[in-house]
Design a binder for this molecule. Structure first.
Ligand code: F6R
Length: 600
């Protein structure tokens, strides 16, 4: 969720770092910073907000010549976006930049405070540099100290570290989050980055570090701690690199879901319960019901959550479209917890709904992807979804991370309310941990959606149908298709078709049927049979073959309906995208839409 760069060489270090961070800014931009090393001196510049602020600070400073530097652009996970929390983080004589989350930072911090270290930030990252100095003070060997440090960290950590104790080197390690090391085009030049694009044109050969690989680099040597690495050629097109080789940002973001959902769960699940450091159990004091407000895709995540809050937490829950809620003169009582869901945190209708709730004295919680956004500033509590920046206008990874957060929240509440047996909690936690696997995309499933898409470019409309949580998923599938293919699609509860819409059924009506094995399979099956009897064209998505379908997309067998939910989500996203591509549309910037809707 953050961007990292590093440089060793005789060119303009500051320029490489700033240009590189500019390329990575899309990963996160609540603050940025660089640390520059010149033998016995380290100069550091940090600024809040976009990179221009950092650039301004540097433009107004007198700079030395530096041979080594590290830089970072941040997307806050632990600690608010402030200058103190911005990377690089300082010990007494070393600096670190880090991408990921240190899960055991609290224990390490306590231990280091006991040993006399002073901490200035609220971040998990700061423990790394203090841990390093703690070992360095004891061992007087920077490589050993770095290795010891790494061995104590748990979680995800891609790191660059510089130290006056060994001023010609950068120590690096990759675990969880991406990190690349490159030999520069110039002699005696080593570059680092968390993604390809800052390196394009400046290096030809790179190592895409695997998890658990680290080392020490100086201008004329790169020493890896193990032999598990190989050099490869860097692509030459920046656009290509930014999209990681995918055709569209939407495609890249659909594929990214497995990783970002892992990030989203990091440090929030243990063997017995869900942990949210950002809220506390008193959140439910005096609360009898939950009201959720959101727009678009975020509304669909909210609708999904309403099933889970009632089923697992046993708390009454209703969900409203924010633009409707605002003007209906709603009755608001302070025994209601008001939850808003928003990728951007800026959507005007949702923001206004939140204001209304606040003015009526309700407790509020926002599930959001952008820290320091208007909603996170206004709400009493925030849970961040950690999806990283979503560039495609059609939301993908925002939805999957929101849904995972809401599922976790329903279990968090269930524990407080004592509404769940230990056994059920265990099996829910087990299923949650499997979500990243359900979001992995196999070649065969992508190929299947690609092949099928050619049959669905016409017709007089699509009905996406499902029951229970698969109804909001059907709404989301229909919204994806509408947005990027401009074809008419509706999401419908499958049991409701016979109350009117079935009149539309004919071979030119395409029914996309979500048929999970683990939830109400027989019920939905009979609804689909009714449509098939009226000659609608049926494409079923299910682990179980269904003889009446015209087309069939086979999903994997699992033992939890939410795992089926996430796999089907991916299928729907790919299906819409492939139809849109065949129709020649702009997948990432569909007509008439904007990424953040800040007007009513
Ligand atoms: C659909 C989509 C929109 C947003 C909606 C709310 O793909 O992206 O429907 O979900 O505009 O936006 P946020 O979540 O930023 O409040």
């Amino acid at each position: 969720m953050c961007g990292i760069v590093g440089y060793i060489g005789s060119k303009d270090t500051t320029k490489f770092l700033l240009d590189g961070l500019k390329e990575l800014e899309y990963r996160g931009y609540d603050s940025a910073g660089i640390a520059l090393l010149n033998k016995d001196r380290i100069d550091v510049f940090k600024a809040l907000g976009k990179l221009n602020n950092l650039q301004d600070k540097i433009d107004h400073s007198t700079l030395d010549e530096y041979d080594i530097g590290i830089g970072h652009t941040r997307w806050a996970t632990h600690g608010k976006p402030t200058e103190l929390n911005a990377h690089p983080h300082l010990g007494e004589y070393s600096y670190v930049v880090h991408n990921g989350i240190i899960e055991n930072y609290k224990e390490l911090k306590d231990e280091l405070i006991e040993a006399g270290h002073n901490f200035v930030s609220q971040t998990d990252t700061e423990v790394i540099v203090h841990l390093f100095e703690n070992y360095q003070n004891k061992l007087n060997d920077t490589t050993k100290a770095f290795k010891e440090t790494i061995s104590r960290l748990q979680g995800a950590f891609s790191i660059l570290l510089i130290s006056k104790a060994n001023p010609e080197k950068i120590f690096f390690f990759k675990h969880g989050s991406p990190l690349i090391i490159a030999r520069g085009n110039e002699e005696e030049e080593v570059l680092f980055s968390s993604s390809d694009s800052p390196l394009i044109g400046l290096a030809k050969e790179v190592v895409y570090l695997e998890d658990g690989i680290g080392g020490v680099a100086s201008k004329n040597s790169i020493d890896f701690f193990s032999d598990d690495y190989s050099w490869s050629t860097l692509p030459t097109s920046k656009q290509f690199a930014q999209k990681n080789g995918f055709r569209f940002f939407m495609e890249k973001e659909t594929y990214e879901q497995s990783d970002v959902v892992s990030d989203c769960m990091l440090g929030r699940i243990n063997d017995e319960e869900i942990i949210f450091d950002e809220i506390d159990k008193s959140l439910l004091d005096g609360i009898k019901e939950i009201k959720i407000c959101a727009c678009g895709t975020s509304y669909h995540a909210g609708l999904t959550a309403s099933y889970l809050f009632e089923r697992l937490s046993k708390i009454k829950c209703n969900v409203e479209i924010a633009s409707e809620f605002r003007y209906k003169e709603p009755l608001l009582t302070d025994d209601t917890l008001f939850i808003v869901i928003s990728q951007s945190g800026e959507t005007a209708d949702t923001l206004e709904a939140l204001k209304m709730a606040k003015n009526n004295g309700l407790k509020s919680l926002v599930i959001c992807n952008v820290d320091n956004s208007s909603m996170t500033r206004m709400s009493d509590y925030t849970i961040l979804t950690r999806a990283g920046i979503e560039k495609g206008v059609a939301s993908t990874k925002a939805f999957s991370t929101q849904t995972v957060v809401l599922w976790m929240l329903s279990l968090y509440f269930a524990k407080i309310k004592d509404s769940i047996s230990n056994e059920l909690m265990k099996s829910e936690l087990h299923a949650l941990r499997e979500v990243p696997k359900s979001l992995l995309i196999s070649n065969s499933i992508h190929e299947k959606t690609k092949r099928l898409s050619k049959r669905y470019l016409h017709g007089h409309g699509f009905f996406f149908i499902g029951r229970d949580v698969f109804f909001p998923l059907a709404l989301e599938g229909a919204l994806k298709l509408k947005e990027i293919s401009y074809l008419h699609a509706e999401g419908y509860p499958s049991g409701e078709m016979k109350h009117g819409p079935i009149a539309l059924a004919d071979p030119e009506l395409f029914t996309i049927a979500l048929m999970p094995e683990n939830l109400l399979y027989d019920k939905i099956k009979s609804n689909v049979e009714e449509l098939s009897a009226r000659d609608s064209t049926i494409c079923s998505i299910s682990p179980l073959e269904f003889e009446l379908s015209d087309d069939f997309i086979k999903t994997q067998k699992t033992d939890h309906y939410m795992l089926e939910f996430f796999e089907m989500l991916v299928v729907l996203q790919l299906f819409s995208m492939e139809i849109s591509i065949r129709l020649g549309n702009d997948v990432d910037m569909p007509r008439n839409l904007a990424k953040s809707v800040t007007v009513e």
